[in-house]
Design a protein around this ligand. Sequence first.
Ligand code: SF4
Length: 485
Amino acid sequence: MSARTYEVRTYGCQMNVHDSERLSGLLEAAGYTRPAEGEQADVVVFNTCAVRENADNRLYGNLGHLKPVKDAHPGMQIAVGGCLAQKDQGAIVRRAPWVDVVFGTHNIGSLPILLERARVNAEAEVEILDALETFPSTLPSRRESAYAAWVAISVGCNNTCTFCIVPSLRGKEKDRRPGDVLAEISALVAEGVIEVTLLGQNVNAYGVEFGDRQAFAKLLRATGTVDGLERVRFTSPHPADFTDDVIAAMAETPNVMPQLHMPLQSGSDRILKEMRRSYRSERYLGIIDRVRAAMPQAAITTDIIVGFPGETDEDFAATLDVVRRARFASAFTFQYSPRPGTPAATYDAQVPPEVVRERYLALQELSEQIAWDENKRLVGRRVELLVAEGEGRKDGATMRLSGRAPDNRLVHFTPGDSAPRPGDVVVAEITSAAPHHLVSDVAVDGVRRTRAGDAWEARQSDASCGVPATGGSEPVLLGLPAFRA
Ligand code: SF4
């Protein structure tokens, strides 16, 4: 009998991407395989997000589309996990009785057994825990990338931002021991990984659970001692906990990249207070100044919400002012939407949607112009790029590939006669700039072939002879809007 096939559909943030790599790893360790191109999977898993209003509509819409597919595919199973499952629990099988399994954010390890129980008992299985069962990073993983990996250092959050549902769905902060984190990183590097992103709802609160307020800076420095690890990134820090020891660790540890994604959310001190963000705009700008003093080439990006309840024109003007002073390399901008279950959803003075939209467009226009101006300053620079996965693209007659600079900027470069593989490293001269990427029209002069490139090549040949890419209990990246912090 051939192996049952599976598909994981991921919504939301990097933590969900990390969890989906675990879900894939768990299913492959249980004998499932990925379906051939165009083939309907026997098991479809939704790893859901609960951050925005339409997250619910989207899930139930997708479940509605799958019902006739399931009716036509005897033995097919549907599982729903992630933050929306943690929130809605049994309501999901009441609204969509053709769903077989519902599991939460604290027990992703249970998926294979829940699927089996639902199949044998021919009835839906709903299992939601209130606290973390096992740290996801101890579970098998199928990483999407051969050369870059997510490494969770903590899950959950102790903050109580009034617009955010995460603490009630992912629980209080739980920290991994530094030794476990470094052991996972070393194992990943042994598999060919050269870039890791340290992941947590609030990475710089790391250590609060074991009473070491400097644990995050120490961890960053410790990653600098891992042989073969070329690039270290982290997401997301919280301005309230961002301390100078972290800036020093970033500046003094060569493989920690000059890149910082630090959510601002609002530039108005009055709104920051309403959001319960426990910092104010001057502190935020002060951190940016100190980061730039220590790492002048650092790229700083952010998240901003417009239209938070009670936001006035003056508040919005304050946000635009901070954006002008901070000069972000890019800004993820969000229109506020009330999230049931969060304090702000019940606040008076909800801002009319047309006003929210207007502010959103104005903020996008400003932040895009600044991003473009900042990119233009890099024309003429030679930058080292980690070559990204993907076919590349044809610009007119020129074939281009893509790569990430140390500051995480995306660069489309001209490989010329060199044939870099994803994971290899090239040096490119920036010849032009666009708002969201840079271009290098000059052919790169040479490629540094890396173990990561070898790992990518090995994975291609494995895939061509049907070998699944599951890593042992080592655990994937790039480009999604940052999740809330
Ligand atoms: S926005 Fe971030 S810091 Fe605030 S509660 Fe949510 S996860 Fe925690």
